[in-house]
Design a binder for this molecule. Structure first.
Ligand code: SAH
Ligand code: SF4
Length: 350
């Protein structure tokens, strides 16, 4: 009898699928077919696996389920950004975002149902810690959104920039990258971290290594600690040392994200310090004007455009590759730092 506690095929590795399917039909190609349906074709149920004999489907269905998080709310923004609230069977709710770009869609996934890092400019952090999501639960966000938006087969980039600190959940993130790699090249997957040094070292050793983005947000240790308490644990010099030894293939760069906060980290002195700090690291800098939140970030503001341009100008003059991320999805609270895992939109259409 299939129950809520039946094992979920979503998130199972090739070997785990082989063991389970092998009990029913020992021919290896059967297990390979099941894995393909789950990881490549993103099937939403065992019934959809139409090239399997009915008896195999029935037998598999009596032992396991295919379960993705349920989309419980959808908000569509003016620029095509879509924010999803997704619920897991234990009641955990997270948010994920789809952003149409030129030629592809970027999906922003959550790695945890909250965040313990506590950056003072981030609503997720202010609302506090949440549990780790398993590899299958993270991959389930991708599967559910790809199906819901009719994106199967489309060109997609994945960024781990939703709720949570991916490098405090390495087992979940690593498994999900492995599963995603069936349909998205690791070159199109980016993991963003607040600077968890041991996590960066472990990521560096992975065979299927995603791209790395680091939320720098400050140019001195003191300032960084004030904005990101985690910086006291893994100081700036240790972080930069780990990044200097991060393996990069030819032409690849590390992205540094820098949330711009008016009167706090937006001075020209900061701009001049930045290229000195990052010297020797192939990188690009992504300036992100603070996305506001009236309730939780009331005492912080984004700098005005002139200040941002002057800051970017100093970096460009120092030959740095710099972009300003005018965030998509602010109108539906889907931009960086605005995700919270509470259902605030309208209910999803059934
Ligand atoms: N925890 C990881 C990934 C999720 S946060 C990390 O910190 O890197 C993704 C990005 O959103 C980070 O670069 C973070 O600095 C940025 N961010 C957080 N709050 C923000 C806000 N209110 N406005 C703009 N960017 C924000
Ligand atoms: Fe966590 Fe990233 Fe938000 Fe910091 S910015 S609190 S690390 S999600």
């Amino acid at each position: 009898m299939r129950t809520q506690t039946s094992p979920n095929l979503v998130g199972a590795s090739r070997a785990e699928i082989a063991a389970l399917v092998g009990e029913i039909d020992p021919r290896p190609y059967r297990a390979a077919q099941v894995y393909q349906w789950l990881a490549r074709r993103l099937a939403g149920s065992i019934e959809e696996m139409t090239n399997l004999p009915k008896t195999l489907r029935e037998s598999l269905g009596s032992r396991a389920v295919v379960r993705d998080p349920e989309i419980v709310a959808v908000r569509r923004g003016e620029e095509g950004t879509v924010k999803f609230a997704l619920a897991y069977p234990d009641g955990a709710v997270i948010e994920a975002v789809a952003m149409p770009m030129e030629g592809h869609t970027t999906l922003c996934l959550s790695s945890q149902a909250g965040c313990a890092v506590g950056c003072i400019f981030c609503v997720t952090g202010i609302l506090g810690a949440g549990r780790n999501l398993s590899g299958g639960e993270i991959f389930g966000q991708y599967r559910a959104i790809m199906r819901h938006e009719g994106l199967i087969g489309a060109s997609v980039n994945v960024v781990f920039m939703g709720m949570g600190e991916p490098l405090l959940n390495l087992p979940g993130v690593t498994r999900s990258v492995e599963l995603l790699s069936e349909t998205v090249s690791p070159r199109r997957i980016t993991v963003s971290t607040s600077g968890i040094v041991p996590g960066i070292v472990k990521l560096a050793a992975l065979e299927r290594r995603p791209k790395l983005a680091v939320s720098l947000n400050a140019t001195t240790q003191e300032q960084r600690e004030r904005l990101m308490p985690i910086a006291a644990r893994w100081p700036l010099d240790e972080l930069l040392a780990a990044l200097r030894s991060f393996p990069l293939e030819r032409g690849r760069r590390i992205t540094f994200e820098y949330v711009m906060l008016s009167g706090i980290n937006d001075s020209l002195d900061d701009a001049r310090r930045l290229p000195r700090l990052l010297r020797g690291i192939p990188c690009k800098v992504n300036l992100i004007p603070l996305n506001p939140d009236e309730r939780y970030l009331a005492d912080l503001a984004a700098p005005d455009e002139e200040t941002i341009s002057a800051f970017a100008g100093v970096l460009a003059a120092a030959h740095m590759n710099v972009t300003v991320r005018w965030s998509k999805g602010r109108d539906v609270a889907a931009a960086c730092g605005q995700l919270r895992g509470q259902v605030i939109g309208e209910r999803a259409a059934p």
